[in-house]
Design a protein around this ligand. Sequence first.
Ligand SMILES: *Cc1c(COP(=O)(O)O)cnc(C)c1O
Length: 226
Amino acid sequence: MTGQGHDIAEAIARYHAELDPLGVALVAVSKFHPVESVEAAYGAGQRIFGESRAQELTAKAPALPDDVAWHFIGHLQTNKVRQVVGRATLIQSVDSLRLLDAIDADARRQGVTARVLMQVHVAAEETKTGFSTEELYDYFGNERHASLTNTHLCGMMAMATNTDDMRRVEADFRQARAAFDRIREWGGLRGFDTLSMGMSHDYRLAVECGSTMVRIGTDIFGEREY
Ligand SMILES: *Cc1c(COP(=O)(O)O)cnc(C)c1O
């Protein structure tokens, strides 16, 4: 599948026809796919790409035109922060306060503003990545974000439970949307307007549940070869 430009272009066109009228942004998740695949999507008009590893982002970004917006969507180790801040237009996967502080400090050092999403944990899985909704309420309710100097909190990213039980997936998405709405209602958070949720197999449901941004890899680029 990988590298077949016409398939990729067709998928990009199909997704934009479906999502643009709804005002839902498309992140084409290009991780583990070659630059040629990204170029095929770019040629079809796609401008937002998602990568999950600092080193892959660093290698790919210079090969694509400057108007590409790179989103970082993987677990980011604090020692890789400086490779990503200043290069990614949005870091979607902030999963700890330690990481958030490291991003803010590095953005200050570079004299840039980092744009980030807080990754919220709503899935039933044992391996919990991200903040619980309670942790986010505590963080924002106590205005702890006020201490950030060079970071713009743009919203939240969520992943549903990895299951075929679509009722479970829907419950996860609805919980994420409810948390997003609650945090926004507290006010004082200008530009907190992005809720990134939905992947190849569950994006339609995510959009029904109030997603404003979907992250699609496999369905655009084919299976990944790890
Ligand atoms: C890989 C990845 C995706 C894309 O998943 P597909 O099932 O290939 O669409 C979306 N979001 C995150 C956080 C990912 O790591």
